[in-house]
Design a protein around this ligand. Structure first.
Ligand code: 0X9
Ligand code: ZN
Length: 308
């Protein structure tokens, strides 16, 4: 059975979001995006009090890297809180007037693979096959078509971490995320991609650390206020900088949102200091509510700047 403070299977996650859509039909809509390489359904969870209004959209995705289990756990907790929170979404409430689009598991094939045995626990990539190679998988966060493969990637399909794929958007999973961005580009004002490693909140550019976008100060300010909100809730602060100054890596979803879809605020959020890829399950109930305060701050900021 699904539980918000546990690591759940893909199937249980589906049951959870279906349940939310059934229980809160006025607030939650599911959009079928397509299927993963191995045929798992991908559904976008849309949370909105007034879905037909021209609200700014916040798009959150998680779990493009199979082993980073805390990321989908956070996305599902976010769905949970946004739907049960009695005040946030009521008229005039802090989140009223902002639409949340959440894709809680971008790479379900990789995720299920990491759950299938202890020796697969550190799998990162998708589970596709390309050409004649006997090796599996593409790094979804090197596969986006903006400055594709110019830095921080491998061209070797057998590279376990950062194979960029045979071409941009070779993976159905990254195509679906791209489509969400492009179909909603005008209204999308914030994109957050959830990962886990250290505790970083990084913004474009990711493909280079040589320079920053001209709007970098706004990106930096919002990230710092989110980090402060998490700290006030008892959490650890985030290291805030551009992704490329941390380490350059091209073809990431954050750069694509910012550089190709024109989303003005775009981040990769790496959760849970000190635990790298495998965050202990028993600590979820401590940290997820702390991070949620950061998402509320994101929401408040977007509402203040773009809400009507
Ligand atoms: O390397 C990544 O894809 C991300 N870190 S992780 O340890 N979770 O794999 C960071 C991505 C930052 N964004 C870009 N470089 N575009
Ligand atoms: Zn990652």
């Amino acid at each position: 059975r699904f539980s918000v403070f546990h690591y759940n299977s893909y199937d249980n996650m589906q049951e959870f979001i279906e349940g939310k859509a059934q229980r809160y039909p006025a607030l939650v809509q599911l959009q079928e995006l397509g299927k993963s390489y191995q045929g798992r359904k991908m559904r976008l969870v849309k949370i909105s009090t007034r879905p037909n209004a021209k609200n700014p959209i916040i798009f959150v995705d998680a779990g493009v890297h199979g082993r980073e289990w805390v990321a989908p756990a956070m996305a599902l907790y976010l769905i949970h809180r946004l739907t049960v929170d009695p005040t946030a979404f009521v008229k005039g409430g802090e989140l009223d007037g902002v639409d949340w689009y959440i894709l809680p598991l971008v790479n379900p094939d990789g995720y299920e693979y990491t759950r299938s045995s202890r020796s697969n626990r550190m799998w990162r990539k998708t589970r596709s096959k390309h050409g004649a190679s006997h090796c599996y998988g593409v790094d979804g966060n090197r596969n986006y078509g903006f400055k594709w493969a110019v830095s921080g990637v491998s061209n070797d399909p057998c590279h376990k971490e950062t194979y960029a794929g045979p071409k941009p958007f070779s993976e159905p999973e990254t195509q679906m995320v791209r489509n969400v961005m492009m179909d909603n580009a005008k209204r999308m004002k914030l994109y957050v991609s959830l990962h886990s490693y250290g505790q970083y909140l990084v913004y474009p550019w990711g493909y280079t650390g040589d320079f920053l976008p001209k709007q970098w100060k706004k990106l930096d300010d919002m990230a710092r206020s989110v980090s402060n909100a998490v700290e006030r809730a008892g959490g650890r602060p985030f290291k805030v900088l551009s992704a490329g100054k941390w380490y350059p890596a091209a073809g990431g979803s954050d750069d694509y949102a910012f550089g190709a879809a024109g989303v003005p605020y775009s981040y990769t959020m790496e959760l849970t200091e000190g635990h790298e890829f495998a965050f202990p399950e028993e600590l979820l109930e401590t940290v997820l509510p702390q991070f949620y305060e950061g998402f509320k701050e994101f929401g408040a900021r977007i509402k203040a700047e773009f809400g009507r």
